[in-house]
Design a protein around this ligand. Structure first.
Ligand code: PMP
Ligand code: PLP
Length: 497
């Protein structure tokens, strides 16, 4: 069946986006490579004056048999040697970006050697249902989200987000004068019926939301993952109420098996081939999208390293051209060193080798998640009002607490769950462990005129939660921290062990 063309969503663009014209100077940059043209057109420094003649780095070699954390020995059996030269003629065509080009102006959409790899990778993992889609290099999802807001939102506009959302993403919206209206969550993420109810009862006179910002896999901060049927329902609601879905997916490859409390019954998942691994991954919003209504933000931060400052946005060409125009006037392009090293690495690993890395990552995170949840069960009070939530993706666990069960809830804390949350936070710090109060992630924007009261009513007003991570520290240290968190809860709730 032939695929259709993406719909036109230009009616959702911001005033800023509509006033941004393409940079005329950028249109001449491809001519720089024409040997028959004497290029006196742009302020490009000669690459002879770039002080780096070559770049050599080493990484582990697929299939990473000793685990992804194993240090390469330097031996050809386990070490991938990446040697990048300055001169175009000396570099490996299609694999390396010569430094003369990587470190020069140009290629704002990303260097071909790196973008070809990630476009192909995207096609292996996701199913695209319209023809005119593309990928564009970004400096990671923080920047890509900031750009998304600029492209779609004016001051005073409203967007939708998970009730508890990554605070830096909320702050980015608020800094641009955009209201972040919360959508209720349960342990599996956004509740589609609630989302629909909010939109069906949207206050007349308040501008409808243009975007839904969501972290479908291993959500930050709740750790929840949105099941496929909910994604389908949310996509239908997006069509009905005409908004764009922005899936911010830094944790997509940190998917794990369901937590099994009995260590005897735990099995380390193995895959007969790479296809089986790919088929086991969650279906993304962009794989459901038939009309270019989804923007997918992907990042290497949680997969290779945050300091790469490299990611890519996937969407319709029509929308991506506005990302390109904006980036040409802001970041220009991700760092040339980053792109040269990434291209050199992933093109030597190959698509299958990169999947080997992702499989290795999944094993590592599963082991850390299991240890973390086992340890929480060991050290936290075993009472029905303290609930440990084992995630199936991402870096975060949460512990939900019914604050009204605190012996001094009505007296000392004046029936205010936030005061209980603050007390536990302070006590945890005093005990020597830092976990983040859920309240720090609360989206609580409001429209003018406001939405009906029922639309922002909390389902469990006395429930508080804390977010912790099993990603940041080694197992022994994690155990110490979790024990201290448990001690703080025992003490604060006046429970005996
Ligand atoms: N400002 C001015 C006045 C310039 O001439 C240039 C380069 N042409 C830039 C900014 C861009 O600088 P950068 O490469 O550091 O982003
Ligand atoms: N989005 C979410 C939901 C995150 O949790 C994070 C990381 O903390 C980011 C984006 C930042 O990603 P990047 O490093 O790609 O900017």
């Amino acid at each position: 069946m032939t695929q259709g063309i993406a719909k036109d969503f230009s009616h959702l663009f911001s005033d800023e986006c509509n006033s941004r014209l393409p940079s005329q100077l950028k249109t001449i940059l491809p001519l720089f490579a024409d040997p028959n043209l004497v290029f006196l057109g742009g302020g490009l420094p000669m690459s002879d004056y770039f002080p780096w003649d070559n770049l050599t780095v080493e990484s582990p070699l697929p299939p990473f048999s000793s685990g992804i954390g194993a240090k390469p020995s330097g031996d050809a059996s386990d070490t991938c040697k990446i040697e990048i030269t300055k001169a175009e003629q000396k570099s490996q065509e299609g694999i390396d970006i010569p430094l003369s080009r990587a470190l020069q102006y140009g290629f704002s959409h990303g260097q071909p050697e790196v973008m070809k790899f990630f476009k192909e990778h995207h096609s292996i993992i996701h199913k695209m249902n319209y023809q005119d889609w593309d990928v564009l290099a970004t400096i990671g999802n923080t920047g890509a989200w900031e750009s998304t807001l600029r492209i779609f939102c004016n001051r005073g506009d409203t967007i939708l987000a998970e009730e508890f959302a990554f605070s830096s993403s909320i702050s980015a919206a608020e800094a641009q004068g955009v209201n972040v209206f919360p959508v209720p969550l349960d342990e599996h993420g956004i509740i589609p019926s609630k989302l629909e109810e909010i939109l069906d009862n949207w206050t007349e006179g308040a501008a409808k939301p243009k975007l839904l910002y969501t972290v479908p896999t291993g959500q930050n901060p709740t750790g929840s993952s949105l099941p496929f049927d909910r994604k389908q329902a949310i996509y239908r609601i997006a069509q009905k109420h005409d908004f764009i879905i922005v899936e911010d997916e830094p944790y997509y490859f940190l998917q794990m098996e369901k937590y099994e409390a009995d260590p005897e019954k735990r099995v380390t998942k193995t895959y007969s081939d790479h296809n089986e691994f790919v088929e086991n991954l969650e279906t993304s919003f962009i794989s459901i999208d038939t009309e270019g209504r989804v923007l997918r933000l992907d990042s290497l931060s949680k997969v290779l390293a945050p300091g790469t400052r490299f990611g890519w946005v996937v969407g319709s060409e029509a929308i991506l051209q506005h990302f390109l125009r904006l980036q040409e006037m802001s970041i220009q392009a991700p760092s040339g060193f980053t792109q040269a090293i990434i291209a050199g690495t992933v093109n030597r690993w190959g698509q299958q080798g990169y999947l080997d890395w992702l499989i290795g990552l999944r094993h590592e995170y599963t082991a850390k998640r299991d240890f973390c949840i086992d340890t929480l069960h060991k050290y936290l009070p075993q009472v029905d009002y303290i609930k440990i939530n084992p995630p199936i993706a991402g870096m975060f666990f949460t512990v939900n607490i019914d604050a009204s069960k605190h012996p001094e809830f009505a007296t000392k804390y004046e029936s205010d769950p936030k005061k209980v949350e603050k007390a536990i936070f302070d006590k945890s710090i005093a005990a020597g462990v830092l976990v983040i109060p859920g309240n720090w992630f609360k989206a609580d924007g409001q429209t003018t005129p406001p939405q009906p009261e029922a639309s922002s009513k909390s389902e469990k007003p006395n429930e508080i939660f804390f977010r912790g991570t099993y990603a940041a520290v080694a197992l022994e240290k994690m155990a110490v921290g979790l024990q201290r968190f448990g001690d703080a809860l025992y003490e604060d709730f006046q429970l005996s062990k």
